[in-house]
Design a protein around this ligand. Structure first.
Ligand SMILES: [Zn+2]
Length: 113
């Protein structure tokens, strides 16, 4: 059997003898999982849009994301260090908008006609 990702010969699992198309190499397995996920999302384009309308699911997703952020601070710091220039541009724009909303709250401009 030839792996569809690395084109190397491999021995398929005895349980997946006819179906297995990727070898056991972690790199190929990650590619296979990514492709499977992409094809699933292509077949179920509304799945997360419908989920996001559920307040219970949204609260859980927020908790899950927060838990990931607090337990993977090193990954976030590494990513931020690698993309520091973009981050500076983004933060400059973000703070400009933030200060504009503060000013708007302190002294609301006249409503538009
Ligand atoms: Zn492979």
């Amino acid at each position: 059997m030839i792996c569809i990702y690395c084109q190397k010969e491999f021995e398929p699992s005895k349980y997946r003898r006819t179906k297995q198309r990727a070898c056991g190499d972690p790199v190929c397995q990650r590619k296979r999982q990514r492709d499977n996920l992409d094809s699933w999302q292509g077949r179920n384009p509304l799945y997360y849009r419908i989920k996001r309308m559920d307040p219970v699911w949204r609260a859980k997703a927020r908790q899950r994301a927060k838990r990931w952020r607090t337990s993977h601070r090193d990954r976030i710091q590494a990513y931020r260090a690698a993309t520091m220039d973009q981050y500076r541009v983004y933060m400059r724009e973000y703070m400009r908008r933030y200060r504009a909303t503060i000013r708007e709250k302190a002294a609301p401009s006249l409503p538009k006609e």
